[in-house]
Write a protein that binds this ligand. Structure first.
Ligand SMILES: NC(=O)c1ccc[n+]([C@@H]2O[C@H](COP(=O)([O-])OP(=O)(O)OC[C@H]3O[C@@H](n4cnc5c(N)ncnc54)[C@H](OP(=O)(O)O)[C@@H]3O)[C@@H](O)[C@H]2O)c1
Length: 297
């Protein structure tokens, strides 16, 4: 049986991904900090390497950045960093050391590597530069996933994901109640772009990257329809039959999260999935209306 090893497989993205993989008859093994059936720990991987017959490795681990219960301290930022960069580096090393190499290695990163600029449309080939904490993190995270060029037996794909929309996690889990109560609205002016993807499409894109021979490098994990934060708020409120008239002031978010972290909500980039579509990936939810309709089913 084909084994797929999934770092962070118990999380929001990871659990949807594992479901799609199991439906496709893959044998799924999860790497978690918690012991459990069919679970390995990060320590197991560091000590023993990849399990025998691992055909693909995925990493979607990462401490929740927008956890409002955690203050934006140096210690928390280190956790945010290590939970992405160190876990990815651990898997990269395990693949390099494995005698029986997996065929594919798929990791996630974020669109935070693109500098917010209302005049720019970003695609996968654009050069990325370090300009703040999240761009530095994204670049280090992607670098940690790089395999040596001579290791041609294993394809490596990085999915640069936008905000993931699903009922049971991420942004929608936080916003569902206020919007349901008619208290939702855009963040600040709402004019900032909101790169997004439906959870089902993201899970399918990761599986596509695992299976599709010849695909490697960066794929933007965003839907083809680019929208602003206000367009999202209006559409989500409309499918719930609620108004979206109460903007969430930037100053409130800056106070709750700290300005550096609140940028994830108050700023945004216009990102297109140019390569993702060119390599043949098809979306189930290409537009925000169909995605939002599914979220409230
Ligand atoms: N959700 C989004 O909108 C979005 C967008 C772009 C990128 N991403 C990235 O995708 C990844 C997964 O996101 P998600 O929404 O699925 O997050 P999530 O639901 O919070 O799950 C993340 C998983 O990471 C593991 N984890 C958490 N803290 C950790 C730590 N300190 N060290 C090692 N592992 C840790 C946890 O696994 P265990 O508890 O089992 O150890 C958890 O199940 C993250 O890296 C995130 O930055 C998410």
């Amino acid at each position: 049986m084909n084994t797929v090893l999934v770092g962070g497989g118990r999380g929001f993205i990871g659990s949807h991904l594992c479901k799609v993989l199991r439906n496709k008859q893959f044998d799924v093994k999860i790497i978690s900090r918690m012991p459990g059936p069919n679970h390995l720990t990060w320590h197991d991987i560091e000590q023993c390497g990849l399990p025998a017959r691992t055909r693909a490795v995925v990493n979607v681990a990462g401490q929740n950045v927008l956890d409002p219960t955690k203050r934006w301290t140096a210690g928390f930022k280190q956790n945010v960093w290590n939970s992405r960069v160190r876990t990815t580096a651990t898997l990269t090393k395990a693949i390099i050391d494995a005698t029986d190499k997996p065929k594919s290695y798929v990791t996630i990163s974020g669109v935070g590597v693109y500098k917010p600029n209302p005049l720019k449309e970003y695609v996968e080939d654009d050069v990325t530069e370090e300009f703040d904490f999240f761009s530095k993190l994204g670049i280090a995270w992607e670098k940690a996933a790089k395999l040596p060029e001579n290791l041609s037996q294993c394809r490596q794909v990085t999915v640069r994901s936008g905000v993931v929309l699903g009922r049971d996690g991420g942004m929608i889990k936080q916003l569902y109640l206020p919007f349901f109560l008619g208290l939702g609205g855009p963040v600040g002016s709402g004019s900032q772009y909101l790169p997004w993807i439906h959870i089902e499409d993201l899970a399918r894109l990761i599986v596509f990257a695992i299976e599709m021979e010849g695909v490697d490098g960066v794929l933007n994990g965003v839907a083809p329809q680019t929208i602003t934060n206000k367009e999202f708020a209006d559409t989500f409120a409309k499918v719930l039959w609620r108004p979206a008239v109460l903007p969430l002031p930037e100053s409130v978010l800056n106070t709750i999260f700290n300005k550096e972290r609140a940028k994830l909500l108050t700023q945004g980039q216009k990102v297109l999935p140019k390569r993702t579509q060119a390599v043949g990936f098809n979306y189930v939810y290409p537009d925000i209306k169909s995605a939002c309709e599914e979220l409230v089913l």
